[in-house]
Design a protein around this ligand. Structure first.
Ligand code: HPA
Ligand code: ZN
Length: 325
């Protein structure tokens, strides 16, 4: 049955994890010391006491504040390796990792410093039996012009970046703001995905734009799609994947969105479970499966479908998928 041990050992892919969201309190303090950054917090307990939020904007403020400790290529490498070791322990065989270069460039850290550190960790993860790739996100609360400049940098490093996503503060930042950048990214051969965080103002309209106009391959969170039956049928037909993150949803909305996940499975929509920002929302991928199983009494068939979907929705080649499914 669905013991912790079974959920941990089950091979899975993780498609929605922000590398900056894997910065554990202990590593935050170590990097602050290494880089001589003066933090307001001196102990792990004090860092943990900052992890309080019940909406997206308040979470993002804490998440961006912590990034100041990330300065060198080695820091980004260490951050990613710490996550990848946890991924290996959770039997994550394939991972597509989000990163936010604009959040670092705005603090004076170069695009290459960030990318090279993270990329080297994905190369070294092969020794851990984890197939790791990078997905660059535009910050949707920054200007379109800033996204355009960031896309141009990504185009110079296309060998190291698998796809393009969209994250950060969604309020008044609809997907259409980046219509042109997504079109260019897709034309250049990047895979594309975007966040439609749970229970945001205009969630269903943002989801509609993503499906009908931007033509994303996946939507991150996006479970508010259940509000519109026609969109659910469309997503099923087009095989658009939804990356739900139960523990994250538990912080930013009234529940873990397990009923929505079950509904999407029943309606043949591809959906899988992920950790989002595990250092901020109380757990890694197995913890997310465990919470969803317990709260919503998921069946073994539902759990197996979620894990199979994680590979089906991934951006690995069709031949490689056969190996996992
Ligand atoms: N939503 C939006 N932006 C983010 C998130 C998220 O869950 N995590 C990191 N940046
Ligand atoms: Zn996210």
């Amino acid at each position: 049955d669905l013991t912790r041990d079974f959920l941990e050992k089950m091979p899975k892919a993780e498609l929605h994890v922000h590398i900056e969201g894997t910065l554990e309190p202990k590593l935050k303090l170590e990097l602050a010391k290494r880089n001589h950054v003066e933090l307001a917090q001196k102990t792990i307990e004090e860092v943990k006491s900052t992890l309080q939020y019940d909406n997206l904007a308040d979470f993002l403020a804490v998440y961006y504040e912590a990034m100041q400790v990330l300065q060198t290529e080695q820091d980004f490498y260490d951050l990613a390796m710490a996550y990848l070791k946890k991924a290996a322990k959770n039997n994550v065989r394939h991972v597509e990792i989000f990163f936010d270069p604009q959040a670092h460039e705005s603090r004076g850290i170069s695009f290459e410093t960030v990318l090279n550190g993270l990329y080297q960790a994905t190369v070294d993860a092969r020794a851990l039996n984890v197939d790791a790739h990078l997905v660059m996100c535009f910050l949707r609360d920054y200007s379109r012009n800033n996204a355009q400049k960031t896309l141009e940098k990504a185009l110079k490093h296309q060998d190291k970046i698998l796809g393009i996503g969209l994250d950060s503060d969604e309020h008044n930042n609809p997907p259409m703001k980046f219509y042109y950048q997504f079109a260019k990214a897709s034309e250049a051969g990047f895979h594309i995905t975007a966040h439609a965080d749970v229970d945001q103002v205009d969630s269903i309209n943002h989801i509609k734009e993503l499906l009908e106009v931007i033509n994303v391959e996946r939507i991150d969170h996006g479970t508010n799609i259940v509000e519109n039956e026609d969109l659910v049928s469309f997503a099923a037909k087009q095989k658009v994947g939804f990356t739900s993150c139960p523990l994250s949803n538990g912080f930013l909305s009234p529940d873990l969105k397990g009923n929505e996940v079950k509904y999407l499975l029943e309606h043949d929509v591809r959906v899988c479970l992920n950790s989002d920002d595990p250092a901020y929302f109380g757990g890694y991928i197995t913890d997310n499966y465990e919470a969803e199983v317990e709260k919503y009494n998921l069946s073994a068939d539902e759990v197996k479908a979620l894990a199979a979907n994680s590979f089906k929705m991934s951006w690995i080649s069709e031949e490689q998928k056969q190996f996992y499914l």
